[in-house]
Design a protein around this ligand. Structure first.
Ligand code: ASP
Length: 449
């Protein structure tokens, strides 16, 4: 049994939904189909989820919401017409949306979730109708009714552990299940949503619950590439990688999906396949718990902007008991989370996401470190990018760092920090933002030719 998930662009129009039906029915093992709300049909389109957020705000501000409501309904009406579905399906969507607005409770966050969730919920009803119209036995399934139970952190809900046991019963269904992504019910029966992009989470939970042979995540790219194709246009496709390679690459900018979204599938060791709705014959990228690898083989190189570093020097730092702990404690007390702490004999640097250290916080932290730790120097550098060179084959391979540093040196890129060895399967470099693309290209030619 396979669990398949289609993202917003794959279910944005009648044409895309027809492709979905084709993909699903081409393989009898594709039994559970998770769908997003209609996404963008073209570059400057608006996702239905965003239209729904606007509608919900209009309602909350007690303004006339008819225009906002019609903009949502027109998306479903377009799909209904183009797929030649009965008009009654749009009436069902309209009644559903008006019901959500009219029966609104006192909790605005909960109301917002109810409205956002309607995007996937109604799309699942329309898509189930489209399957049936083409003669396939398919059924819309309401997540709350079959046990997708979530915490009541509206907009940021987490799945409750008992859900996995309850949802396992979906294995027994004979029809194709059309399951709306992104939301579930709290224990008291209210609708709650995962963070944005959360249909990936729904798919991962279902794959884990029914112990699927694979979780296929259909999107609009053929595969994951070894480097960002915007930086290296001919970057090779990655056909196979492990969960931990994916995690390390996703950390620095591999944006195919949020790595946290697939935790349930990872825990259950379900292979995950990224595939293209528009080219389902392309092999895609398969992500597995373990794989065979060649020594010294690199799988991918990722990079992300948005980091900064606090550099601290103090003569004889290595002899000072508790220096590191006190430094990190200051960060903890200031509510700052850090990423890495490369250190030397008399120096320690802390790499953080720039968002953790806004101007006001920065002044306070510098003042505290200066007063409490009496360093010789402290300075903060903004505008750093992190680069990750990742591959199972880097485990115990000799000469990988030399090859990387040589390539960066030859390209005139100054390395601000190297972090190697903490993870067996990656090397990390910090460079200035302006050098990021050049650095990825240099490492790319060194490791991929
Ligand atoms: N429709 C939701 C969003 O736009 C969830 C999803 O597509 O995964 O965030």
């Amino acid at each position: 049994m396979k669990v398949v998930k289609f993202g917003g662009s794959s279910v944005a129009s009648a044409e895309q939904i027809s492709k979905v039906i084709h993909v699903v029915t081409a393989d009898a093992a594709r039994r559970i189909v998770v769908v997003s709300a209609p996404g963008k049909r073209h570059g400057d389109d608006t996702k239905v989820t965003d239209l729904l957020i606007t509608l919900a705000h209009t309602v909350l501000e007690a303004r006339n919401y008819e225009v906002a409501l019609q903009s949502v309904l027109s998306r479903y009406a377009e799909i209904q017409q183009d797929l030649d579905l009965p008009k009654s399906i749009v009436a069902i969507v309209e009644a559903d949306l008006r019901g959500r607005i009219e029966n609104r409770g006192p909790n605005d966050l909960q109301f917002m979730d109810t409205m956002k969730a309607s995007g996937e919920d109604n799309n699942a009803k329309v898509i189930a109708e489209a399957f049936r119209k083409q003669g396939h036995a398919a059924k819309y399934t309401n997540p709350g009714e079959v046990g997708m139970l979530l915490s009541d952190e509206f907009g940021n809900a987490e799945v409750l552990p008992e859900s996995l046991i309850k949802l396992a019963a979906l294995k027994e269904e004979s029809e194709i299940i059309i399951f709306p992504g992104f939301f579930g019910h709290t224990l008291s029966g209210e609708v709650a949503t995962f963070p944005r992009g959360g249909s990936d989470i729904t798919g991962a939970i279902l794959a884990a619950a029914v112990k699927a042979e694979v979780y296929e995540n259909f999107t609009d790219v053929d595969s994951v590439y070894a480097m960002d194709p915007r930086i290296v246009p001919n970057a090779p496709a990655i056909e196979l990688m492990t969960y931990r390679e994916m995690r390390e690459l996703a950390y620095a900018g591999f944006g195919v999906f949020h790595d946290e979204a697939i935790i349930p599938a990872v825990h259950a060791e379900i292979p995950i396949c990224i595939k293209n709705t528009n080219r389902p014959e392309a092999p895609g990228t398969l992500i597995v718990p373990e794989r065979k690898y060649e020594q010294a083989e690199v799988t991918g190189i990722s990079s992300a902007e948005g980091f900064c570093a606090i550099y601290i020097d103090k003569y004889m730092m290595n002899r000072e008991v508790g220096f590191g702990r006190r430094l990190l404690q200051i960060l903890e007390e200031e509510g700052i989370s850090y990423e890495h702490t490369p250190s030397g004999i008399d120096n320690m640097s802390i790499i953080l996401q720039s968002a953790e250290l806004e101007a006001e916080k920065e002044a306070g932290v510098v003042a505290r470190i200066s007063a409490e730790l009496a360093p010789d120097h402290i300075n903060i550098e903004h505008g750093l990018s992190l680069l990750m060179v990742v591959g199972e084959g880097m485990n115990y391979a000799v000469g990988m760092a030399a090859k990387a540093t040589q390539a960066l040196g030859a390209a005139g890129v100054n390395i601000e920090m190297i972090n190697q060895g903490a993870s067996e399967i990656s090397m990390m470099f910090a460079v200035k933002d302006i050098d990021r693309e050049k650095a990825v290209q240099a490492l790319g030619s060194a490791f991929f030719g």
